[in-house]
Design a protein around this ligand. Sequence first.
Ligand code: SF4
Ligand SMILES: [Zn+2]
Length: 305
Amino acid sequence: MSTDLKFWREKERLKDEIVDCLTAIITTRGCAWNRCYMCSYARESRQVSEKELIEQIDAVFKNKAKVYKIFTSGSFFDDSELPKFVREYVARKFKEVGAEKLIVESRPEFIEEDKLSIFEDINLEVGIGLESADDFIREKCVNKGFKFEDFLIASKKLKSFGFRVKAYLLLKPPFLSEKEAVEDALNSIKKIESIADVVSLNLTNVQKNTLVEKLWYAGLYRPPWLWSAIEVLRKSDLDIICDPVAAGKSRGPHNCYSCDLEVAKAIRNFSLTQDKSYLEVYCECKRKWEVAIELENYSRVPIFF
Ligand code: SF4
Ligand SMILES: [Zn+2]
């Protein structure tokens, strides 16, 4: 059995109920793109045999849950990561355990009708790492390698099967000021509100061996303030979730380091309930964030010029 399969239990909202969810990261050969500036997922990938893939799926479904998140460090619908028969096996095991919702992730170019049809009678949600609805920012600041149009085409295919679309947005890709980052997230939300069923706001953290890490070491990148996340969550009207990974660490989203755990907890509580009253948190450092938002743009030439 593979020893590097990771899985853990967490809570997930399902039709206004908070239920048990099993999240698994299946080890595969990894993302076919592998060029995004903030991503180090390739470090978690390696060549795995088909037998090992099946063993990992078996190990995951031995643990009962209502919701399963089956992630790879890449794309669930990429045949070179998970061959068709492995995806079929996932669908079969999911039905066998009587689970209610399956969540997977994929780049848009791998989302094709014949791959989706296997999941026809399953409540499927597919996460797509759109990062920003702005093609310029997605290309220059993330190096994502696909266009907004590609996201729209993939979403349309998912909708035609009645599947849910989850859009991942990246709060504060490199080269954006704090203010530009907040504006980009809010503009992106507006642009996808009629397409995405749910938005997952991902706060950039500094991963090893990435361009973001080089900039951070050079003092040219600061992960987003948690206040920026609060601002985006407060101002958006759609279903939006956020799990501030590495909150309160210098490599992760942070405020003044004193209030980070409390603010991250407020964000997680909001994600589970969508109750905006959780976002009413305060610390004196909020004033510093306001000043940073106000003044940072004066210290640099905006990238849009
Ligand atoms: S962020 Fe997603 S698409 Fe980009 S390199 Fe990482 S796994 Fe691949
Ligand atoms: Zn603080």
